[in-house]
Design a protein around this ligand. Structure first.
Ligand SMILES: Cc1cc2nc3c(=O)[nH]c(=O)nc-3n(C[C@H](O)[C@H](O)[C@H](O)COP(=O)(O)OP(=O)(O)OC[C@H]3O[C@@H](n4cnc5c(N)ncnc54)[C@H](O)[C@@H]3O)c2cc1C
Length: 541
């Protein structure tokens, strides 16, 4: 517990960063015109943290509830919670200068303490930013105070317990600050798994997943995080709210779903009851190549509509496949290219499929059902599937090293119905390329449904040396405009600050009014996460 709370969460994924081999730099030079330059992150000492504005009376009152040592005003604690992990967050941390840091970090030790902390924050007019793993990429944990006197980061790291397991119903109750690896470690002795494996797995928390409607890499098999939530315990300024009496209910609208995805704007999730599954004894991953995006997405659609998706189903488009092979380099990548050429594949699109099960027999039966519909694909076997599994958490480390050599590297995501998926992909690709010029825009599908799928874009472009934040802000706005009307502004990264201006286009003015009305009921003075989810001008506390 202490280790996570004390680690330096600042700007970047891990001290043991990724590696960018020389052939990758050469390829980037040819493909996007990158002229590599050394742009290392500024040291901590180059960052300015403004003096804390937390009134002394508030500090003492908070300390009386959580313990004086759990109200931290030191520079390292505040710096470590100064924003999330979007490209722009990383640029700000790397550049040096003044950072918007919380005035204090508060570490409650129980759900009851969270209720008491919120009451004090209302009394002292202090804004509260719930802070899980701090992996938000949409400004969700930005230290915004709105119209409040000060802002604290409410770090849930001390809520780190497995509360109970009901093996008969297969439900586990976990506290909100439990990280994903820790949840798996706590459930392993019970032979159970959550099965939620986003790319942010190493750092993100159970509460953060619930607050953002997260989707993991195995969402086709285990479902999105909201599908796993059986119940929630939530602390709000209006009191505690506990939901989830039965697996299904007709007692009015499902209010759990109002809490799931509320991004800390309605309350602080302190416990989550989760549907859990037996830990799989066998996992099998395989790689395939389909000729062209259209053929690939037709295969995934057929699998989804026949309900025979593999637990992990991930289709890369031509650009993403090209980049994967180029960055891998070496004789293996060359051999794959030659093999595909010999097999007549002109526009390779990598399809990774992974099945989990209780026995080899079960996995092979499910695999057979899937593969009946994977027609015309070239099989690359388990080595390619395992290579993907092995490297599936490397993205953020690679991002750090790409940042070091002057690359603009960021991701964004959306989803749409099958009939509009290609139109949406084209629109976003054009918008990003028009805005960034010499860029490679990669795309993959990693979450598929009977009626549609997600699209996840990764952009690489030479970074503007003078105004990198402005360069990306323009590109992201262009992509968001392209998405509006065709798909959702977010399939799993949530709204945060960055997507708030686009929310009304998706859910209507009435939808925003409904969210604001709920916030009025639970957080009447608006201390919780000002400026997140609901655009500031649509909520006055
Ligand atoms: C490299 C990288 C890869 C990623 N990959 C994925 C992915 O594959 N799938 C995916 O879905 N997302 C992904 N994300 C986004 C991010 O990890 C998710 O949004 C995640 O759910 C956030 O969890 P967290 O614990 O870090 O929450 P935080 O970042 O701490 O918080 C996210 C939001 O939820 C609020 N919040 C946090 N905890 C609580 C709580 N207990 N109660 C109420 N509100 C709370 C915060 O105030 C904030 O608004 C990725 C991010 C990064 C940096």
């Amino acid at each position: 517990m202490g280790e996570r709370i004390d680690q330096n969460l600042r700007g970047g994924w891990s001290p043991a960063g990724g590696v960018l081999p020389p052939h990758a730099l050469t390829w980037l030079g040819g493909r996007i015109g990158l002229r590599p330059r050394r742009t290392p992150a500024a040291p901590d000492s180059a960052l300015e943290v403004p003096a804390s504005a937390l009134p002394e009376a508030a500090r003492d009152a908070l300390g009386a509830v959580v313990g004086a040592g759990h109200v931290r005003l030191d520079r390292a604690s505040r710096l470590g919670r100064a924003g999330g992990l979007s490209y722009v967050d990383l640029l700000r941390h790397r550049a040096g200068g003044e950072l918007a840091a919380p005035d204090a970090v508060v570490l409650p030790g129980s759900p009851e303490q969270v209720v008491a902390v919120l009451a004090l924050c209302v009394e002292h007019d202090v804004a509260v930013v719930p802070f899980g793993g701090g992996t938000s990429v949409v400004g969700g944990v930005a230290a915004l105070r709105g119209d409040k006197a000060a802002v604290v980061a409410l770090d849930l790291g001390r809520l780190d317990r497995l509360v109970s397991v009901d093996p008969v119903s297969r439900i586990a109750v976990l506290q909100a600050g439990v990280t994903a690896p820790e949840a798996e470690r706590l459930l392993a002795p019970h032979g159970l798994t959550v099965g939620h494996v986003p790319q942010s797995f190493e750092r993100a928390t159970i509460g953060g997943f619930a607050a953002t409607r997260s989707a993991g890499q195995a969402s086709s098999g285990y479902g999105r995080f909201e599908d796993m939530v059986e119940g929630v315990r939530v602390a709000t300024p209006a009191g505690e709210w506990v939901l989830g009496a039965a697996p299904a209910s007709a007692a009015g609208p499902d209010l759990r779903q109002l809490v799931v995805g509320s991004e800390g704007a309605f309350g602080v999730i302190t416990e989550v009851s989760l549907r859990v599954r037996p830990k799989p004894a066998v996992e099998r991953y395989e790689g395939f190549v389909v000729d062209g995006w259209e053929a690939g997405q037709a295969v995934v659609r057929a699998l989804a509509q026949a309900r025979v998706l593999a637990d992990v189903t991930r289709l890369s488009d031509e650009d993403e496949t090209e980049v994967s092979l180029a960055l891998a380099g070496g004789v293996k990548a060359a051999a794959v290219r030659a093999y595909l050429k010999a097999r007549g594949v002109r526009r390779p699109c990598l399809l990774v499929l992974g099945w989990h099960g209780g026995s080899s027999r079960e996995v092979l039966a499910r695999r057979a059902a899937t593969l009946r519909l994977v027609s015309g694909a070239v099989r690359l076997g388990t080595a390619m599937g395992e290579a993907w599994r092995h490297g599936r958490f490397n993205g953020p480390r690679q991002r750090d090293v790409l940042l070091d050599v002057g690359v603009c590297v960021e991701t964004l995501e959306t989803a749409a119905h099958w009939s509009r998926l290609t139109e949406l992909r084209d629109a976003v690709r054009h918008a990003l390329r028009d805005a960034l010029g010499n860029a490679v825009v990669m795309c993959h599908v990693s979450h598929a449904y009977e009626t549609g799928a997600s699209l996840y874009f990764t952009v690489l472009a030479p970074r503007d040396a003078d105004d990198p934040v402005g360069q990306w802000t323009v590109a992201k706005a262009a992509a968001s405009e392209a998405i509006a009307g065709l798909g959702t502004i977010s399939h799993h990264h949530a709204v945060g600050v960055d997507h708030a201006p686009y929310l009304e286009a998706e859910i209507g003015g009435l939808g925003v009014d409904v969210l604001a009305a709920v916030k009025h009921a639970l957080d009447p003075t608006g201390v919780l996460n000002p400026g997140k989810l609901i655009p500031s001008e649509r909520f006055r506390g």
